[in-house]
Write a protein that binds this ligand. Sequence first.
Ligand code: FES
Length: 182
Amino acid sequence: MSHGPSAAGGALVRAPEHAHAHEPYEPVFVGAMKQQLDETVAKYPAKMAALLPALWMVQESRGWVSDEAMAEVAEQLELTPAYVKGVVTFYTMYHQHPVGRHFIQVCTTTPCNVCGAEDVVKAFLEETGCGELGVTSSDGKFTVIEVECLGACGFATPVQINLDVHESVTPERVPRILAALP
Ligand code: FES
């Protein structure tokens, strides 16, 4: 059973209304951030090798990676915006739209699925108030998506919330996990 969009190489997160309201773009790589990028670039033999960390810096700073930010990264690293977008859309870890403060990824690949991952997804959608996959809760706190194998198949169902992985999650554990989030 599916609850809406899932992610398999590029997180399918729905753009909230006004997500692309057009305020002037403020560059990320100025001042200390530019210095940090230059230091990162200097560690590699070629500028393009710093692409993943540069995108990560954007996401840590802005919460997501907009088309304008991709263009800025492309300019900084002497790449095309299309190349940068290709990389951003390949990885589920980069958000192409604003997401909730707690980004919840539930593995629903077959081994976890047969162990009840769909019920875990359902519990997260209900308890967070998101209702549907890829939709951010009205308080801005949560976004839930399905992802492919998280590499913890022996601990079904694994759930990654931002950078933390919770193993052996059952629907019953979901309220406690959410309550413990900062
Ligand atoms: S199939 Fe779910 S973690 Fe591998």
